[in-house]
Write a new protein. Structure first.
Length: 143
């Protein structure tokens, strides 16, 4: 899967010049997440990016004000992991087989893999793996 910044160029939210500026700034000490940089530089709002990525990837958007995270889902990941990877476990569905995961970057395969590994530890409610079910998968959603 292409990175989120490349996806934003592909779907014409950013042009090549903006792409280069965002990449340069995100690598600087001030840094920050690419989506945050896009918004801070005035190229697009976070809501615009979320809508465009949601449509392009066919993922639902989650309004965290309307769908607050549920305790069993939150218990799957520590706060540091969530902050470092810009993810938030929102809910467990389908008898715990499906984790709703809000992500700033749903193209981040490393973050998805980390969530999958961390949430697979046997526990009473964990990304659908109460018994270590290897078929359980995170469902990503731009936040």
């Amino acid at each position: 899967m292409a990175s989120i910044i490349d996806l934003l160029v592909k779907i014409q939210v950013l042009d090549e010049r903006q792409h280069d500026a965002v990449m340069s700034r995100s690598r600087s000490p001030a840094g920050g997440h690419v989506v945050q940089q896009v918004a801070e530089m005035g190229y697009a709002t976070e809501a615009t990016v979320a809508r465009a990525v949601s449509v392009e990837l066919g993922l639902p958007r989650i309004d965290l004000a309307m769908t607050p995270p549920e305790g069993p889902a939150l218990a799957l990941l520590d706060a540091r992991t969530c902050a470092d990877k810009f993810v938030l476990p929102v809910a467990l569905r389908e008898n715990g087989e499906l984790l709703w995961l809000a992500m700033a970057d749903p193209t981040d395969e490393d973050a998805i893999g980390l969530v999958r590994r961390r949430a697979m530890r046997p526990r009473s409610a964990s990304m659908g793996r109460a018994r270590g079910n290897p078929r359980a998968r995170p469902r990503t959603s731009p936040s």
